[in-house]
Design a protein around this ligand. Structure first.
Ligand SMILES: Nc1ncnc2c1ncn2[C@@H]1O[C@H](COP(=O)(O)OP(=O)(O)OP(=O)(O)O)[C@@H](O)[C@H]1O
Ligand SMILES: [Mg+2]
Length: 109
């Protein structure tokens, strides 16, 4: 069985996940607790010793694992379609290109 605990920020996801993991483990079930939060603190909620917590590596830092399991690579550009002919996506500004700022009212262009 896999259980995903999700929801908006600060509503108690990590606390619930830790309590579920501890409850199932106390019943003798094998539990693998996975914290997918880049700012991982499930180890703390589980009450793991600080030394052990400091050795945990967040999944978000495991680029090779993420690529292997999902095919996704780091960076937004991989989510965008091929760049359209003629330069840029509509409504975007090329990096390094100064935005056009209209002059204040009353000043010549
Ligand atoms: N049932 C509850 N009653 C009161 N406080 C709670 C309850 N559940 C969690 N909290 C407290 O609310 C705070 C946020 O909880 P938690 O870190 O579990 O939320 P989260 O959804 O994982 O947050 P984040 O989105 O930042 O990861 C913590 O200080 C936690 O101790
Ligand atoms: Mg959390």
């Amino acid at each position: 069985m896999k259980i995903a605990v999700a929801g908006k920020g600060g509503v108690g996801k990590t606390t619930v996940a830790a309590l579920l993991a501890r409850s199932f483990a106390a019943k003798g079930l094998g539990v693998i607790a996975v914290d997918a939060d880049p700012c991982a603190c499930l180890g703390s909620a589980l009450g793991l010793p600080r030394e052990l917590q400091s050795r945990l590596e967040p999944i978000s830092g495991m680029a090779d694992l993420i690529k292997e399991r999902t095919g996704a690579e780091k960076g937004l550009r991989h989510l965008l379609p091929a760049q359209p002919q003629g330069g840029r996506y509509p409504g975007t500004v090329q990096r390094g290109t100064p935005r056009h700022t209209p002059p204040p009212p009353g000043r010549n262009r």
